[in-house]
Each structure stands twice: as C-alpha cells, then as structure tokens.
Design a protein. Structure first.
Length: 653
C-alpha cells in the first residue's frame, strides 16, 4: 500500500511518508568484546511494519571514506506497543527482535548508521554512502575525529560521541524528543524518557555450564517482579546433534500468579553412544503480552562419558612403536646417497612437490588438530602442547577472550615466518586445497606440520621469541615433553619453505625468515625422541596435505641436514625403526645421590636438562648403582643398550 501511494501522490517526498521511523538508540561500545551492542528503531505509531526498509552500516574511517560495510533487510519486523524494535548481538538484553549475524559487528566510530527505503541490494558492500532514500541517519564516534566525508555524503552536520561522559562501554547514544541525541545509561526495549508500557522481564538460568550424561540440570525462570497472573513459559533444548532423545523432563513451566520464579529438572540421558561432547541451547519461546525475555539461547555443555581411548600414550607418558608411519613404500628413496645441501634439496623436492602437495587453509587446521592432537586418553579432548594437559575439543577459542580455551599455535610464529594471515580462516574441507611449492610462503599460515593445539593464554605469552637459551622454554614446572616436537616441526619448515631458515643464538623477535636456537633444537631432537603421539599427528596431517614431516619419520636425519653429520652421506637404513622393546626400570625415582638401572645387562645413560642440555653421560651395569652429581630438578635420561634406546623422566631431589 505504501508504495502505491508513492506512485499516485508523487508530490510527497519520500521522507514525509517514511519519516515516522527513526534511530532511537545506539550502543556500539559495550563491556568486554561488544557482545551486547544494539541499535533500537522507533516508529511514531505502535505495531508498525518495517517492510520496505533496510538498515545500513557505513564506515567513516579517518574522515576520508564513506563506504557501506553491512546491510540488513528489515522486512518482517514490526515495532512493539511502544513503537520500538531492537536489533542486537548475542548478549543484548532484553532479547532483540532480530540478531546481528555475529557479535561485535558494529564499528565503534567514527562511523554511521542509517535507515533507508529499499533493499540490501541497493547498498552493495563497499559502495559509497548516500542521502538518497535516507529516512534516519546517525553519525557517531567514541572519541574520534569527525567523519567529514560521511557528513557531506549523508547531509548530517552533527556527530555524537558515545564517550562524551568518559564511560563509552556503559552508556549509549539516545534520541530526545526534539530530535537531538544525548549519552546516558542504555535503555534497550524501553522508551528513552521512561514513558510508555513497562515490561516484566524474565531471565532463564542454570546452576552449571557443564554437566555429564546422567546428571540433572535445574532450569530456573525468574521474573523481575511478581507476575499478575499465571505465566506459562515454553522452551526447547535441541541443538545440532543434541535432540529430544538426549534428555527427559518438562519443557513447559508456569510461574504462579503473585510469584517470581519457577524451576524444572531436566535429566540428561546416559546412553552408550560416543556422540562427543554436545552443546544444548535453552531456547525460550516468545512470552505472553506484557513480558519480555531478558536472555535466551543459554548454552550448556553435556560431557559424553562414552569417549574412546587410544593404545598409545600422551607426550608426558610416551609410548614408542605402537603407531607406525603411513609413509608409502619408497617415499624417501630419493634421499639415499645424498649429503649436505643436496640432501636438504632432496627433502624439499618431496615435501614441497607442487605436483602432489596440498595447501589447506588456516580454517581447516582446527579440524585437523581435533584429530591430529586428540588426547589418547579421551577422544573428546585435544592435548595442549606447551602446558602438557588435555582440554575439551568444544573449548576451541571462538571469541576475543582466550581464557580457558585452546587455539592454534604456530611453532614458527606467523610474523617471524612472514605468512601472517596468509590463508583463509574459514574452513572449506579436505577436498578443497591449493597447489603449492617451496616459494609459497603464505601456505605456512595453514601448514599443520608446525601447528599444534595450545592453551589460549600460553599461546599469547609465548610471543615470537626463539626457543631455548634465555628465550622461550615453556611454562615453569612442565616436563618439556614438547621439545622434540618443536625441533622437528622447525626442521620441517626450514626445508619446506625457501624463505625460512634456522639460526644459532637468540635473534631479535622482529626477525623475519629465521628462528633459533639451532643448537638447542638439535639437543631437543635427541632428548625428546619422536613418540607415538607425534607420529599420529604426522599421519593425520599427511591425509590432508599429502606430505609428511621426514624428521618425525626419521629423527636422525636432522643431524645430517642441520647438525654434526652435515656433509656425510645419508642412507635411510640409518633411520630404521627399533622394532624391539626395551623394558627398563630406574629406581629410586625421585632419586638423591644415585640410581639403579635394571632390566638390561649393561649400557650407557645420557642425562639431559629440560632445556635439552646434556648434563651427564656414563656407562652402567644392570642392578649396580650409578652415582648422580646433579642439582635438584627434573631431567630426561636416555638409556641405550644393545642397539635400543628408551627415555625416562628422572627427578632428583
């Protein structure tokens, strides 16, 4: 009807017909990571349809740009009894009538927001801001210079500062009755002047955010004030693989008249299926007239107790020889008889072969790590490298906060490698890959041979420093079970990419293309031998990238490319796996002045510090005491006997 009127009565301007919709409130800077930001629109009459309108967000930059960066079709939205409609993020409260597609979408300024007559297709991404068909516009900032280009483009000469009172995260920009704006405490879903219909808000809560199968979840609904009459609330829990078969209990409850709260018990089904940890969402249906939801989509994780375990150990309790390399026969044949630079080139010809190697993107790495770094003791967890502990797979970092989460650690730091953000961060699957070669440094951004699951805060504190010496040696008190893994990943990177190398000593953190300390890495390669966990990682990455880390398959190769055997001829027989087991016991452990090594007749023992420095080497005869002249601490003892080796953790008091 509105558009027919426009055609018939063309003498009326667009603004005169549509001016009854305005931007009533805007909050772009909210506590934390802007998960509560919102925009509120207001119509002059209640229950007004917003069909035919579009919301447009425009970038003001430093005053020299005015491009569109987001649009939202408002068709289907209807303002409420106060003439209001709220569009917001996941933590906006009361629950908005429509959500933005992701949190922290709105830029904090200097930028603009406008209501236009039209459709999103009329305002393509990157197009210039315009005053054509603009119904209501607001240029805003958080202590920024004026966006002069936006002002000119929109015909608006005032820019409002959300930081006007020095409290941008706890105040919003609100329209006054005279059409100007002021800054004060947010009032989403309510008239800015306190008039109009006041709603009774209802909050949903639980006593836990994680529960195991078989446990009971208490869901409570609480009103801000006693309800005038019985209020019936319906809610759902289904989400993804979590279905109605995964719980029992009532999903319809009633707050009795005169009271403020009601609770219900939901029993989480303890089945025998290994479904993985699942997220349920408490999705509250729209409430009766006079009530609003203060929150919804409240999430809770259901921890599956039907996880599986692997036959091999974690890096802190390693096993060897249980996970075989999946390298095809002849994969490394071209290395035989090579030495020095020719050997290194032969390695690169295999692992950077443009005819066979796949480059996956950074988004795919998350899925790769969920399998490659899976905790052998629990299939629903990943193993975190530096901190040497497991964490649930579902706790992958998805917001700006990394506390309690895990993320992807580049062993060769992005800035040091020169491949920061070199690939797409949106996963597209194992079947979507790019061709690559030794000069394709951007591929290092998503190369899973040097990326591991890691604790979020530890990843941040690790920084861009070198390894060993007086630089990064991991968290205090950990065992260094990752030392060899790091060394072999860096050996791989220095062979895979022409732009990368390894250096002795500590380099400035700003160095691009090289990292150290090579001497430490070579020592770590010996003190922390490749175990089954690392081989599993190598095998999984191979299924995606179609290349392997040869230094995991053949750790001795490192000395011929980077160490004391450089220049000597390599033969793959030098890296034949030890197919026999060696059962050795070191006692007492913890020890003081001596230890006894039993289980073998005789051999040698080499003791390394947790930084990879050899601190002791001696021969021994089984069941005879070996004197220790070591200060208190944690060490790694590599015991060799009759051609076989085993490494044990040794604690000296």
């Amino acid at each position: 009807m509105k558009r027919i009127l426009l055609l018939i009565f063309g003498v009326f301007s667009v603004s005169s017909v549509f001016s009854q919709v305005v931007i009533n409130e805007l909050d772009t800077d909210t506590p934390g990571t802007d998960t509560a930001e919102f925009v509120e629109l207001k119509s002059a009459t209640p229950n007004f349809s917003l069909d035919g309108y579009v919301l447009v967000l425009m970038n003001g930059g430093s005053g020299s740009s005015s491009d569109v960066y987001y649009t939202m079709d408002l068709d289907g939205l209807v303002t409420d009894v106060n003439g209001l409609v709220v569009i917001g993020c996941s933590a906006t409260s009361p629950v908005p009538q429509q959500y933005f597609p992701y949190d922290s979408l709105m830029q904090n300024g200097a930028d603009a927001i406008g209501i236009y007559l039209g459709n999103p297709s009329n305002f393509p991404y990157g197009s210039a801001a315009t005053s054509n068909n603009l119904i209501s516009g607001l240029i805003y900032e958080t202590n920024d210079p004026d966006a002069t280009t936006l002002m000119t483009a929109l015909g608006i000469n005032v820019q409002y500062d959300e930081n006007a009172n020095g409290s941008p995260t706890t105040q919003s920009i609100q329209r006054k009755t005279d059409g100007t704006y002021e800054v004060k405490a947010p009032t989403p879903g309510a008239n800015n002047d306190g008039t109009g219909v006041l709603f009774n808000g209802i909050t949903v809560s639980t006593t836990a955010t994680e529960l195991g199968e078989g446990q009971t979840m208490v869901v409570t609904f609480t009103a801000q004030s006693p309800v005038a009459s019985n209020v019936t609330i319906n809610f759902g829990l289904a989400n993804g693989t979590f279905t109605t078969g995964d719980f029992t209990g009532l999903t319809t409850v009633t707050i009795p008249a005169g009271l403020t709260t009601v609770s219900t018990n939901i029993v989480l089904t303890d089945d025998t299926a290994n479904e993985g940890d699942e997220q349920l969402l408490i999705n509250v249906a729209p409430l009766p007239v006079g009530y609003v939801r203060l929150n919804t989509n409240l999430s809770l994780w259901v921890i599956d107790n039907d996880f599986t375990t692997a036959a091999w150990g974690t890096p802190v309790n390693p096993t060897y020889g249980l996970v075989a390399s999946t390298a095809p026969a002849g994969y490394y044949n071209s290395l035989n008889g090579k030495s020095g630079a020719q050997l290194k080139q032969a390695i690169q010809d295999i692992i950077a072969n443009p005819a066979t190697v796949h480059a996956q993107n950074y988004g795919d790495v998350t899925d790769i790590l969920k399998e490659a770094d899976q905790n052998p003791l629990n299939s629903n967890q990943v193993w975190l490298m530096y901190v040497e502990q497991p964490r649930a797979k579902f706790k992958f970092q998805s917001t700006a906060s990394n506390t309690g989460s895990w993320n992807r650690e580049h062993i060769f730091p992005q800035s040091r490698g020169g491949f920061s953000d070199g690939t797409n961060s949106v996963a597209d699957g194992i079947d979507n890959w790019s061709t690559t070669n030794a000069d394709d440094i951007d591929a290092g951004h998503g190369d899973a041979h040097h990326i591991r699951a890691e604790d979020g805060p530890e990843n941040s504190s690790r920084g861009n420093g070198d390894y060993g010496l007086n630089d990064y040696n991991g968290p205090t008190g950990t065992l260094g079970s990752w030392h060899g893994d790091v060394a072999r990943a860096l050996f791989y990177m220095a062979c895979r990419y022409n732009a990368l190398s390894l250096s002795n000593g500590n380099l400035p953190d700003s160095t691009v293309g090289s990292i150290g300390d090579l001497a430490t890495l070579l020592a770590w390669n010996t003190s922390d031998p490749a175990d089954d966990f690392e081989m599993h990682h190598n095998n999984v990455v191979y299924t995606w990238q179609n290349n392997r880390n040869p230094f995991v398959d053949m750790p001795a190769l490192a000395s011929y490319v980077f160490g004391s055997n450089f220049g000597q001829v390599w033969n793959n027989s030098l890296a034949l796996p030890d197919t026999e087991t060696i059962a050795v016991e070191v006692r007492p452990n913890p020890a003081r002045e001596s230890v006894t090594i039993s289980g073998v007749a005789s051999g040698t023992v080499v003791v390394y510090s947790m930084t990879g420095v050899k601190v002791m080497e001696t021969t021994f005869v089984g069941d005879r005491a070996v004197a220790l002249t070591l200060p208190s601490g944690i060490y790694l003892a590599t015991i060799a006997s009759e051609g076989h080796t085993v490494t044990k953790k040794l604690v000296v008091r």
